[in-house]
Design a binder for this molecule. Structure first.
Ligand code: F0G
Length: 499
């Protein structure tokens, strides 16, 4: 067997697949009508695992424009021995991601009831595209290069699309992003357009976009779409490194708590895997506790864990409970749609649910929900006493505050909150909080002209319809498939407020 492989996470299946294969879930389970996620697994006994974590530190001083310099400069690939799925170093894609910092937030700590020196903010907004997504994209684009993918796509609430678009343009791949109409913050939309991604503005929410892009990746192999969402297990390998950097900043001491916002639940899943592996290697002697914080309007993990008792259960996850809840949601007033000011985490059907349950198991984790007002108040607190962050990121600080008030987090515990996205991702939210001016509604009445910049890249409005989406992605392919809707006019007028 190879030293690195893909493996089904279902304990009754555990099928393995080569790293050169491309799957969006386990093909063996699919045949039985089940949908199971894959993990990247390694035969560590045949790999050179470092004997201590400070092995990685010397890399800060590597110099030069050569491959060694580029890999050691990256805050992801600096830890490449802990994610060795690539065949050769020349496969590796890096844009200088992961050079983020951890701030000891001495001024903010007492504001949320922690002792001074006990609150740490991990600023993932300092990544090149302004969010933590670059960690995972570096790994997924490396895999895409290994398999020769030419077209990469994702559904997104904004940050994945910004990151994908940046990596795609820098690695000369065609980037295609599916965003929900009116669902993503302007800072993020502007990035996807500027980096030149084909931006499909689907009439639907994130969950609808993800369903479509998965469907197209699986059912339309002729389009050659490589899926970049966090169902792609390679993404999560890159996101493990956020935890390595947290540990490094703490001089390799394990904190008491990792607090992270939860949307599609890729990040918390990656954190669980990172700590499970470090423990297995004997590189750490204990695992921190995990708190996943959701927005009250987008809270499926909270409901399923805290109200319906869902657990990892050794991998035998009770999907019937999940399905029953989703059916209830569909029949409710919300029609199953999530809604929160923290648009990045406005997700009703997180695809990584099972992996998140595993992370909660590994890290003795808990889940909480916080309402929008509380999120915005904590965003303002982070802005006032830190570098700032976008609304979804502030859910972590709001959640930590709640857990301190509950007495679950002790005021002397060392708490790391992950600030997942940069403040400038969503300036509208900040301006509205401080001035009451709703820039989004102002934009509705703004004058609109036909853009005439040489590189102008208009988003393409598309209904939530398979044929129309295929026509928008690849008009030639759609025409060849005899699709009557081929050739959707990308310049068709759309009110700007719909973005
Ligand atoms: N914070 C920010 C700023 C995000 O953009 C996201 C996810 C999350 C938290 C949640 O992370 O999905 O791993 O639980 N954004 C995705 C996107 C969904 O499309 O940009 P998760």
């Amino acid at each position: 067997m190879e030293v690195a492989f893909q493996q089904c996470m279902d304990p009754d299946c555990r099928s393995t697949f080569g790293v050169e294969e491309v799957h969006v879930n386990c093909p063996a389970c699919s045949k039985k009508g089940k949908s199971s996620l894959l993990d990247i697994a390694y035969d560590w006994s045949r790999l050179p695992v470092p004997k201590s974590l400070n092995f990685f530190e010397h890399r800060w001083s590597t110099k030069g424009a050569g491959i060694q310099g580029a890999l050691d400069f990256s805050g992801v690939w600096r830890f490449r021995e802990l994610m060795p799925f690539y065949r050769k170093e020349s496969d590796i894609v890096t844009i200088g991601e992961g050079r983020t910092c951890m701030q000891n937030a001495v001024l903010l700590a007492p504001q949320i009831g922690l002792n001074k020196d006990r609150l740490f903010l991990q600023y993932e907004g300092l990544n090149p595209s302004g969010s933590f997504k670059d960690n995972g994209m570096a790994a997924a684009f490396t895999h895409a290069r290994m398999v020769g993918a030419k077209r990469v796509a994702c559904a997104s609430t904004g940050n994945t699309s910004a990151s994908l678009a940046m990596f795609a343009s820098l690695s000369e791949t065609t980037g295609i992003v599916f965003i929900g109409s009116g669902k993503i913050a302007y800072g993020k939309l502007s990035q996807a357009l500027d980096y030149g991604a084909k931006t499909l503005q689907i009439q639907g929410d994130f969950d609808a976009c993800l369903r479509r892009v998965r469907q197209i990746a699986v059912e339309q192999p002729g389009l050659g779409i490589y899926l970049m969402n966090s169902v792609n297990p390679f993404r999560l390998e890159g996101q493990k490194t956020i935890m390595y950097r947290v540990m490094e900043a703490m001089d390799w001491e394990v904190p008491d708590w990792i607090v992270v916002p939860g949307g599609n639940l890729g990040n918390c899943s990656a954190f669980g895997k990172a700590f499970a592996e470090l423990k297995e290697f004997g590189l750490i002697d204990r695992v921190p506790r995990l708190a996943v914080i959701q927005a009250a309007g987008a809270n499926p993990l909270h409901v399923l864990v805290n109200e319906r008792g869902m657990k990892w259960n050794g991998g035998r996850v009770d999907y019937d409970t999940m399905k029953a809840y989703y059916r209830e949601q569909d029949a409710s007033d919300t029609g199953g749609h999530a809604h929160t000011i923290a648009s990045a985490i406005e997700i009703g059907r997180p695809v990584n649910l099972a992996k998140a349950l595993r992370a909660i198991d590994v890290m003795n984790g808990i889940v909480r929900q916080v309402d929008d007002e509380t999120i915005l108040e904590h965003k303002a607190l982070v802005g006032r006493f830190g570098f700032g962050c976008e609304p979804a990121s502030a859910a972590s600080v709001a959640g930590a505050h709640m857990l301190i008030k509950e007495g679950v987090i002790n005021k002397d515990d060392r708490v790391v909150c992950i600030l997942t996205g940069h403040e400038l991702k969503d300036p509208d939210a900040t301006v509205k909080y401080h001035t009451g001016i709703d820039m989004k509604s102002v934009q509705e009445t703004a004058k609109r002209t036909r853009p005439n910049g040489r590189l102008a890249n208009l988003p393409i409005p598309v209904p939530d319809d398979l044929d129309a989406i295929i026509a928008a992605i690849a008009p030639d392919a759609a025409a060849a498939m005899g699709n009557k809707k081929a050739g959707v006019d990308p310049l068709r007028h759309v009110p700007i407020s719909e973005y």
